[in-house]
Design a protein around this ligand. Structure first.
Ligand SMILES: CC(C)(COP(=O)(O)OP(=O)(O)OC[C@H]1O[C@@H](n2cnc3c(N)ncnc32)[C@H](O)[C@@H]1OP(=O)(O)O)[C@@H](O)C(=O)NCCC(=O)NCCS
Length: 170
């Protein structure tokens, strides 16, 4: 079996919708991806193809960190989805690794994720609030995590982290 990770193209849209909906067992995340793309948000979107079948997808979108004196841009990981019948084969891991590298290349210095606290630490994510960075949403502390994409990027960074407004509907 050959796994290929590559940027999403317009021709992948329906398959991406199907994978997101199947993995989450509901359409909300698939619709969020669609809405972000329709709104021309500057996302980084990768797909995973297993023997040419689209079986995984990861999306990154810009977010804003604000405090009393300034604000800066970071990147949000998610949603990420792997088809239920292809999970636990390392596909999600490859999507995360390649996606985070693409974010680094795009110049982002901090990435955030809201998700499983026992999955993302393997990529270097750690709890965000001890670093003075808290999520705009009321979420369990261990679920909101941050990763430095550039050395020292967490230094002197404080504030509230805001997703694109379309995330508020999910
Ligand atoms: C989470 C997800 C993207 C991982 O993709 P994957 O290809 O199955 O993951 P990998 O094969 O790379 O890694 C497998 C590891 O992930 C862990 N894992 C899978 N789903 C998990 C979950 N829901 N919570 C915590 N850990 C999970 C497995 O236990 C396994 O751990 P191990 O390596 O210690 O044995 C995939 O399971 C999925 O699409 N889930 C449904 C949608 C979802 O929950 N997305 C993430 C929202 S934060």
């Amino acid at each position: 079996m050959t796994l290929l990770i590559r940027p999403e193209t317009a021709a992948d849209r329906n398959a991406v919708y199907a994978v997101e909906a199947a993995a989450f067992g509901r359409p909300a995340e698939a619709e969020l991806v669609q809405k972000l793309q329709q709104a021309s948000v500057d996302t980084i979107s990768l797909v995973a193809l297993l023997d040419e079948e689209l079986v995984g997808h990861i999306l990154f979108s810009p977010m804003t960190v604000k405090n009393d004196v300034d604000e800066f841009t970071a990147v949000a990981l998610g949603p990420i989805a792997v088809s239920p019948n292809h999970q636990n084969k390392g596909i999600g891991t490859e999507l995360c690794r390649r996606g985070l590298a693409a974010c680094q290349e795009a110049g982002y210095s901090l990435a955030f994720v809201l998700g499983h606290s026992d999955y993302y630490p393997r990529f270097g994510f750690m709890r965000s609030t001890p670093h003075g960075l808290r999520c705009q949403f009321d979420v369990p502390e261990e679920a909101f995590m941050v990763l430095e994409l550039a050395p020292g990027a967490l230094q002197n960074k404080r504030g509230t982290v805001y997703y694109h407004p379309l995330f508020s509907g999910v």
